[in-house]
Design a protein around this ligand. Structure first.
Ligand SMILES: *Cc1c(COP(=O)(O)O)cnc(C)c1O
Length: 395
């Protein structure tokens, strides 16, 4: 079945009573009744499948996990309380029996960098960074540093760079390193990293998958090798998603393919419009034929789908002009998140990359006139009109 169909049907159709409900109910029970103590004993021993405690398993979470497993083409999944919880447990599972060196992409979500530097490093893990869009540099780093795992994002933030995941996966496999991919920006509609050789794929489900700005959640999808370590760790550490959030996430995912298609086509229109606007200095968008990673993009993404993030630089704008422009927006939401049904704008120098000095930002290519749009499902003409009026009265 195709992804659009799986998104609507996978995970549901369990039979808790005489009839099958069309959506999986929210199971709030943390514990269960058993016919006999013998049966409970067998469930504890994993000799019989069954639920016994919500930190281990929950039927609502299980339905969501089955759904995301189907969408990403994995062996199984874990629903977590946030995207960050998903990253933490995915890295822990990847490194259990591996050299404690994480080779990470040098462009990562801000909180992910903080997690690596202020949690994993102090705990004794080594962390190194590499430009994952430079295949030769990645191969060199793998050979020299012998990482236990490699962590990257399918599409980087906010400059929207795309590495050759298939090449990196092959190099990782040869070197015996686990590949962990944050697929939040691309979603399984654009990219299924497990099929390209990754071992663990994760999402901030808070973004495109749930999609409505009303639930915080994370998902880790695993290949066969890492599934047991992942679920084992989770049984003990308990970073699991609550059943209410699980239900909302699953409800969101049913329409995710439709939303994402619209968001991708809106983003293409917006990127084109921005590129021709006299107040815009430069647009960053993966459809750009001059994009530095266009070979990987053409190879990895379906035709016409480039994601729904668009970054752009305002001509001759500093903090004051940027704030003025953002304050004039009436429809586009000034917010820190992404992937919702509404279009959102973010100023990286103020938010995601706030803790870096202007010089560090400049070195990463993130200039102080850079803005990032997360394009929603609105009629794109209305978004364009809002941006146009906010740009037009600049001065
Ligand atoms: C938002 C985000 C995260 C963190 O997810 P939370 O749900 O906020 O914990 C991780 N990676 C990427 C790429 C994100 O956009």
């Amino acid at each position: 079945m195709k992804l659009e169909t799986l998104a609507v049907h996978a995970g549901d159709r369990k039979k808790p009573g005489p009839q099958v409900p069309v959506t999986t109910p929210i199971h709030t029970a943390t514990t269960y009744f058993y016919d006999t103590t013998e049966q409970l004993d067998r469930i504890f021993a994993h000799e019989e499948s069954g639920y016994c405690y919500s930190r281990f398993d929950n039927p609502t979470n299980a339905a969501l996990e089955e759904l995301i497993t189907a969408l990403e083409g994995g062996a199984g999944a874990l629903a977590c309380a946030s995207g960050m919880a998903a990253i933490q447990i995915a890295l822990s599972a990847a490194l259990m029996d591996r050299r404690k060196f994480i080779l990470a992409a040098d462009a990562l979500y801000g909180a992910t960098v903080r997690m690596l530097m202020s949690i994993f490093e102090p705990l004794g893990f080594e962390v190194g960074f590499v430009d994952i869009c430079d295949s030769a540099a990645v191969e060199r780093a793998i050979a020299e540093r012998r990482p236990g795992c490699i962590l990257l994002e399918t599409v980087s933030n906010p400059l929207l760079r795309v590495g050759a995941i298939d090449h990196i996966a092959a190099a990782a496999r040869t070197a015996g390193a686990a590949l962990v991919v944050d697929n939040t920006f691309a979603t399984p509609l654009l990219s299924r990293p497990l099929e390209l050789g990754a071992n663990l794929v994760l999402h901030s489900a808070t973004k495109y998958l749930a999609g409505h700005g009303d639930v915080l959640g994370g998902l880790v999808v695993s290949d066969q090798e890492y599934l047991e370590p992942l679920r084992d760790l989770s049984r003990t550490c308990g970073p699991v998603l609550g059943p209410f959030e699980s239900y909302l996430t699953m409800r969101g995912i049913k329409t995710f393919a439709l939303r994402m298609e619209r968001q991708c086509s809106n983003a293409c229109r917006l990127a084109g419009w921005l590129a021709s606007h006299p107040s815009v200095e430069r647009v960053y968008f993966p459809a750009d034929p001059a994009h530095p990673d266009s070979a990987a993009i053409r190879k990895l993404f379906p035709q016409g789908m480039y994601g729904a993030m668009v970054s752009f630089e305002l001509k001759d704008a500093g903090r004051q002009e940027i704030f003025g422009f953002m304050d004039r927006l009436r429809l586009v939401v000034r917010s820190t998140s992404l992937g919702d049904v509404h279009t959102m704008i973010l100023y990286p120098a103020m938010s995601s990359h706030r803790d870096l000095s202007p010089k560090q930002r400049e070195r990463m290519g993130i200039r102080d006139n850079l803005l990032r749009l997360s394009v929603g499902i609105e009629a794109v003409e209305d978004v364009i009109a809002d941006l146009d009026q906010a740009l037009g009265s600049r001065g």
